[in-house]
Design a protein around this ligand. Structure first.
Ligand code: PLP
Length: 387
């Protein structure tokens, strides 16, 4: 649990900054390895969730693979120690140069999202006289039951191949001599905590696999990421339910003997280890509606504005009476609001607040909007070395 003491000398560090509890990151990684290893599953860390180099280096040192969605992510993953043979590359809009970079880096496999993309990968692989390994990303039309902006597996979402497109892909595949289709990929969305959703996804994957492909077509099945975390009670629930997640797939996916299951988890690995530390600049408002204006803004953490996300916020400086505040940033947008009408020990100018559970889709999405600085990062262990 984060306290002003645990920030130690950081109390005098300029705010805002991301604070990473690297012990919690290690414990989480250990749990992922144990829970996935029990079933022989492989996990690729979804770099999009947090691309901080020290965090990436640490994750790579636990032997996880990487899930990338841009050429720059592929490059960064390799620089930070991920084995190229454990890198997968997804995305609906891979450019030619990104595909070339991935081919030249000998990554494990592409997750292809369109028929045209298959043709382009084939052409670029042919120019290099190599065979590219490719998995088809299928759109299973399964509701994730999460925020619309983080739902990816419905037919109206841009991701993956529809059944019609798979049929077209199968028609042309015999002519694409420089790609080898090794498997199937699914990813239906993020922040999913209801295991029934993963059960439904497993059934749909079984059905699509059987209906569309003959037996023994593949040995690689990637079920994506999506496992959610507890944003409401992070301190009592710091490590997500990896056991429930992996066992749901283990119980519900019907596999052929040579098939290996892979995952690409982002949020569940890094979310709880990060907090955004910010200082109260002003307290203002009427007696009926108080605002705590902090020095972090939506440019530092965009999740509340973009996804209506709510994060627990604690006042690390005060044990005063509980009052009600909107916690808002300095950016000139009404959406620059971290929380509405939340209880906090009485807030004063100069108090330090911690916005919890910010390790995923936080620092990595920061911007220079309003020409503000990009937040920097501080780690609970001074040096974050490989395990
Ligand atoms: N895989 C793909 C293709 C994604 O788009 C995402 C994120 O949306 C992930 C994996 C990681 O998802 P999560 O952070 O929910 O585990």
């Amino acid at each position: 649990m984060i306290t002003i003491e645990s920030l130690g000398k950081l109390e005098s560090t300029p705010t805002p900054f991301y604070f990473y509890d690297t012990n919690l990151l290690d414990q989480t990684l250990q749990r992922v390895k144990e829970s996935s290893g029990r079933y022989g599953f492989e996990v690729h860390y979804a770099i999009k969730a947090n691309a901080n180099r020290k965090i990436l280096t640490r994750i790579a040192s636990f032997g996880l693979g990487a899930d990338c969605v841009s050429g720059n992510e592929v490059e960064l993953a390799i620089k930070c120690g991920f084995d190229p043979k454990k890198i997968v590359f997804a995305g609906v809009g891979k450019t030619d140069s990104e595909i070339e970079l991935a081919l030249d880096s000998s990554i494990f496999c592409f997750h292809s999202e369109s028929v045209q993309e298959l043709i382009v990968i084939n052409q670029l692989a042919a120019q290099r006289s190599i065979i590219a390994k490719v998995a088809l990303r299928l759109n299973p039309d399964v509701k994730a039951g999460t925020h619309a902006h983080i739902t990816t597996g419905m037919i109206e979402n841009k991701f993956g191949l529809s059944v019609d497109e798979v049929i077209e892909a199968k028609r042309i595949l015999p002519s694409l001599k420089n790609i080898n289709i090794i498997g199937l990929h699914f990813h239906i969305g993020s922040q999913i905590t209801n295991m029934e959703v993963f059960k439904t996804l497993s059934s749909k994957a079984n059905q699509l696999k059987n209906e569309l492909f003959p037996k023994n077509s593949f040995n690689y099945i990637n079920m994506g990421g999506g496992l959610g975390i507890d944003y409401t009670r992070p301190n009592s629930n710091p490590i997500p339910d990896f056991e429930g997640y992996f066992s749901t797939f283990n119980q519900n996916l019907v596999l052929e003997s040579n098939q290996k299951i892979h995952f690409e988890l982002g949020r569940s690995i890094v979310a709880q280890c990060g907090s955004l530390i910010t200082k109260v600049t002003y307290v203002k408002g009427s007696s009926k509606h108080q605002f705590a204006v902090v020095d972090a803004g939506m440019n530092d953490l965009i999740r509340p504005a973009l996804y209506d996300a709510s994060h627990s916020i604690v006042n690390l400086s005060s044990n005063g009476n509980i009052l009600t505040y909107d916690v808002v940033g300095p950016v000139c947008e009404s959406a620059d609001c971290f929380a509405k009408e939340i209880p906090l020990p009485q807030v004063q100018r100069g108090d330090i607040l911690a916005i919890l559970s910010c390790g995923a889709y936080g620092e990595v999405m920061s911007s220079r909007y309003n020409m503000r600085e990009i937040p920097y990062a501080v780690y609970s262990q001074e040096k974050l070395e490989p395990a």
